[in-house]
Design a protein around this ligand. Sequence first.
Ligand SMILES: *Cc1c(COP(=O)(O)O)cnc(C)c1O
Length: 426
Amino acid sequence: MNAPSRARQGAVASPHSELASDLIAREKQFSARNYDPLPVVFTRGEGSWLIDVDGRRYLDLMSAYSAVSFGHAHPRIIATLIAQAQSLGVTSRAYFNDELPFLLERLAKLTGMDRVLPANGGAEAVETAIKAARKWAHKIKGVSEGHAEIIACRGNFHGRTITACGLSTEPQYRDGFGPFPPGLSTVPFGDATALALAITPRTAAFLVEPIQGEGGIIVPPAGYLRECAAICRERGVLLICDEIQTGLGRTGRLLACEHEGIKPDGVILGKALGGGLLPVSAFCATDNVMQVFNPGDHGSTFGGNPLAAAVAMTALDVLFEERLIERSAEIGPWLLGELAGLRTHPFVTDVRGRGLFIGIEVDPRAIGARPVVDRMLARGILSKDTHGTVIRIAPPLNIPREDLAWAVGEIHAVFQDVARDLKRAA
Ligand SMILES: *Cc1c(COP(=O)(O)O)cnc(C)c1O
């Protein structure tokens, strides 16, 4: 099947069927109103394509925020899921199982860390990292109990727990959820001097995304992470990289922090680690950090269950055997080059990214990102706006190049349509 003919089926916006309308109405009636989904209802996923309940096909350039980095319904990952589910699913960490040890060993070796603490969702692994850092500050660094501080970056996204929201600088993520834990502060992203100035004798850790994802695919200046790593080492502060979204090949390296050749004290993984099928996350760290945990200090009923461990192992097999890190490194710059031409539109203020992690920023005085995303949807292309001004392009790492080439043409057409409409309205 060639891409354009498959895609054409999804390229025309049409009114919702009764089925789609009913499903949307039902969700709107019974769901908490904490999401505002695009008006499309999916029932199947195949590789880089999603199919809605009316049979229309859409090319997925969003990959569920990188959770689906290996595409939908990857046959190998599904085979593992089924076989492992039939063999052993969940035992809790009250016992050993014969899958988890291999995942722990593999993650430790891949990240260059000594030990791994498995969890489920990303926010849970972030919370684990923060608990580890605070306890390390108290037990090893000698900060008095209850006074350890965590520094993060403005514009960060580390999840939706109370602590992560306490670190957030996004008013909506905080509104009404206080009080937040003390000992949390932020510095501007991309400014190593600001970090040096913010560190106090009580600072436990600097928590940072190597590229800010939800913040709008913000790539910091070259050398930033290296400088931060040097500052942290010199001042006795842990450097913890949140690679939940940037990790596992998304930016063209296994970990985005490898672009700067640094070795943090802790690395947080999630999203793609679950192979697009399960929530699987991990906090990987040096012995220096992990030594603070003793039996009973911290845990998770589902963390490290054999089903999750087996699926994550196969997801990692797919990442390496399909050479997806190299693919992201190869196709990413090509895609960025193809999209760079959008800058000729005066309402496009930036096109940036690394690997298959790209953001197109629009001028909100001309148009918001959401209407652009809606127009892409009408042409059968799935994206998502972030912060009202950035359109996120982060397809599965194994997306066929011809599908991506088709999408590039459609995206250019969308921006031309916007340019025409803006001119007419002026
Ligand atoms: C998505 C994300 C999280 C939170 O992960 P969840 O699985 O949604 O809890 C944390 N940090 C970063 C950088 C993320 O992109």
